[in-house]
Design a protein around this ligand. Structure first.
Ligand SMILES: [Zn+2]
Length: 125
């Protein structure tokens, strides 16, 4: 996984590189879809969303900043609601959605890939 872990590689770039291993055609930054998903497999109607630990409130790594707590609590809440709304919209449009956490991408990329490949193999929700 040296290519994926190399310094200076953003999680978005790492995710794309990993998803290309599926060998299927993919679209990045699909602006025509709600939430502009990071990676989309049009042939399987599967959306892969990359969730940053801080912005999306990962249970393992989210830590409330020490200052402006009220602001950050409200912010995290808004983000969570937006994530849920986007996911509902995608489901209504017939897309399946898989969330990949930034930390899982870093520590266990192969497991992330297998998860996505299992969903791709099913081809449906
Ligand atoms: Zn995390």
């Amino acid at each position: 996984m040296a290519a994926i872990r190399s310094a200076g590689t953003s999680p978005e770039v790492a995710l794309r590189a990993l998803m290309r291993k599926t060998g299927l055609r993919l679209t990045v930054n699909a602006e025509s879809l709600p939430g502009t998903p990071d990676v989309v497999f049009p042939s399987r109607k599967l959306v892969v969303e990359l969730f940053g630990c801080f912005w999306h409130g990962c249970k393992k790594h989210y830590k409330l900043p020490a200052v402006n707590r009220a602001y950050w609590v409200a912010k995290a809440d808004r983000n969570r609601r937006r994530d849920q709304r986007v996911e509902r919209q995608l489901h209504r449009l017939g897309w399946s959605v898989v969330r990949i956490w930034e930390c899982d991408l870093e520590t266990a990329p192969e497991r992330c890939l297998r998860r996505v490949e299992r969903l791709l193999a099913k081809g449906a929700r």
